[in-house]
Design a protein around this ligand. Structure first.
Ligand code: BDR
Ligand code: CA
Length: 313
């Protein structure tokens, strides 16, 4: 089978970084057509820089990185330095990137790429707020039917929220964009907190990254060391959840994951529950299913895959 063509839309972020590394380490299954940066964990100048730092860490200097939207569609930007640090990639000391940023806007790159490929052959992998994807759908509605699948990290049902009591960060930052994406006809797979909170970097898993002894293995161990202090304090968990790598792991080994095909709607009006993913897990609404909402992961299988692939870089 040929590699699946994807665009990674991202706001790195340590967990975004690991998701990108996993994709770049897996050319048999994944062909990265480009990486589009969006404002989220930190502002756009940093996310577009961090994306290139990560490509260079992987030794993949030829990946094309595009800068996209610097703010949500209709709200002020909310960032998460309290989780990811001032740079968004705090933890390891990594050199500034030498690779240039592409001149084209990320939204236009997404549109042109979907139009240039046969319908149903390009998958979108959003790992941050959905602003770039929604802008592309608004600007060029014809591309929605051309998307093979959107596999995204965002939302929560049983875990409810992380940035507010009701909402997960990526959806909360740009609920209008999320609404546009969830209403689109493109097939969707959602990795909510319900599953990512099961993908925890425990001490032995972190040790396994470090024991690779490579630049990449050590950097990933240092990133997750940094990132975990926040979740350990907040949830009392055994380590940091690797949210975004669930997306790229799903592309390689979907059998590690299980979920339900259900209706998911986005709250865009109530200030109290803004950005909530109202996920009809129990099938009580009668509303039409629009997304495969993942609930479980074989965490050991996930970390085995990740460690094995990172070792290749
Ligand atoms: C999501 O928010 C960001 O902080 C992470 O990178 C992840 O994409 C988790 O809520
Ligand atoms: Ca992210």
């Amino acid at each position: 089978m040929s590699a699946r063509k994807i665009i990674i839309d991202t706001d790195p972020g340590q967990d975004d970084a690991v998701a990108i590394l996993l994709a770049l380490a897996s050319p048999e299954e994944i062909e990265v057509l480009g990486i589009t940066a969006v404002a989220g964990n930190v502002p756009l100048p940093l996310t577009s820089k961090n994306a290139r730092i990560v490509c260079e860490l992987a030794g993949k200097h030829d990946v094309k990185v595009y800068a996209g939207c610097d703010r949500p569609l209709g709200r002020d930007l909310v960032t998460a330095e309290h989780v990811h640090g001032k740079t968004g990639l705090d933890g390891p000391v990594l050199p500034d990137p030498q690779m240039p940023l592409q001149e084209q806007h990320a939204v236009d790159f997404i549109i042109d790429t979907l139009r240039a490929h046969k319908p149903g052959t390009v998958t979108l992998c959003p790992l941050g707020p959905l602003t770039n994807i929604a802008m592309a759908f608004e600007k060029a509605p014809d591309i929605m039917d051309r998307v093979q699948e959107i596999v995204l990290m965002g939302g929560a049902y049983f875990e409810v929220g992380n940035i507010t009591p009701a909402a997960e960060f990526n959806i909360y930052v740009d609920p209008q964009a999320a609404h546009i994406v969830f209403k689109s006809p493109a097939p969707k797979v959602v990795m909510p907190l319900d599953v990512t909170h099961k993908a925890l970097v425990t001490k032995p898993r972190n040790d396994a990254f470090r024991a690779l002894g490579t630049k990449v293995g050590i950097a990933v161990a240092e990133m997750t060391d940094f990132f975990e202090r926040f979740d350990k304090e907040k949830y009392g968990s055994n380590g940091a959840p690797l949210h975004d790598p669930c997306v790229t792991a799903y592309l390689i080994k979907p059998e590690l994951f299980s979920g339900r095909y259900i209706n998911v709607e986005i709250e865009t009006h109530s200030e109290l529950t803004m950005g909530m993913t109202v996920a009809d897990w129990w099938g009580v609404s009668g509303r039409e299913a629009n997304a495969l909402f993942i609930g479980d992961v074989d965490a050991d299988g996930f970390f085995d895959l990740l460690t094995e692939r990172l070792a290749r870089l």
